[in-house]
Design a protein around this ligand. Structure first.
Ligand code: ZN
Length: 110
């Protein structure tokens, strides 16, 4: 299935090919306040439709994961890692977050 996603203002837009199985709810100091529901997909399954040059980035800890956010509206639609994108399932059109299988992840203890 092809999902469309992006930020609130439309500056960031992308498409994801795949089937959402489990999403990860991480309790670390970044993911918890942002409310991410991570859907991990290989980066080849994500096609950027609009990606502003000034796309925001936050990294911490080992700096392997790039938490991206729209610098206009502040929404955080995905996190980029080596070869992988963690799409924020809350930013996908037509996806009810309450209907997803959510797996807790204890990132706070890492
Ligand atoms: Zn935006």
């Amino acid at each position: 299935m092809l999902y469309k996603g992006g930020c609130k203002c439309g500056a960031v837009a992308f498409e994801v090919e795949g089937e959402i199985g489990e999403v990860i709810d991480c309790n670390c100091s970044v993911c918890k306040p942002k409310g991410y529901l991570h859907w991990f997909v290989p980066e080849a399954q994500v096609r950027m439709v609009r990606r502003p040059a000034e796309l925001g980035e936050f990294t911490f800890n080992k700096h392997a994961l790039r938490h991206r956010f729209c610098t206009t509206c502040g929404v955080s639609p995905f996190v980029e890692g080596p070869g992988t994108v963690a799409v924020n399932a809350r930013c996908l059109e037509g996806v009810d977050p309450g209907s997803l299988a959510v797996k807790p992840f204890d990132g706070a203890s890492l």
